[in-house]
Write a protein that binds this ligand. Sequence first.
Ligand code: HEC
Length: 144
Amino acid sequence: MRLLVGVGGLLLAQAANAQDVIKARQAEFKEFGKRMGAIKDTIIDKKGGTLADVAGHAEYLVSKLPQIPTWFPEGSDKGETRALPEIWLNFPDFQVKARNATELARVLLAAAKSGDQTATVQAFGKLGQEGCGGCHQPYRRPEK
Ligand code: HEC
């Protein structure tokens, strides 16, 4: 971002704004990570909590996952971000990935609500691998 210093107020304002957008979406994703961690604690590591709690987290994910594409305005790959430029080259596919993840979160929600432990574990694994992972793999830069 330092590179933009002196190029003009407008660009600077845009740069600052892009970093705000990036920070805000990273906070949203962190919350996703927390929710998935809480679900894992309950159904995999048996650290307590109930399937009703899992359903609550799944409900949160179902409501939030469809919003992901709105967190990626053009130009928001400039800054401290792991978002890859491919997102904007294939935006319709990026949207499909968000929809897939939402569908898989819906399956998890239904399984948790039904009280079926095995189906819940299965749906959780699928959401993590195909839903979250299915988008991270092509569109998120690996951690350094
Ligand atoms: C449609 C694409 C997509 C889906 C679906 C998706 N993510 Fe991400 N996720 C990204 C991208 C792109 C980034 C990088 C954002 C950035 O650095 O600006 C990211 C970043 C993250 C981060 C790092 C946030 C940080 O601190 O910088 C976490 C944690 C995360 N995602 C968790 C999840 C979880 C859990 C799910 C599933 C419930 C999920 N994501 C679903 C695209 C997606």
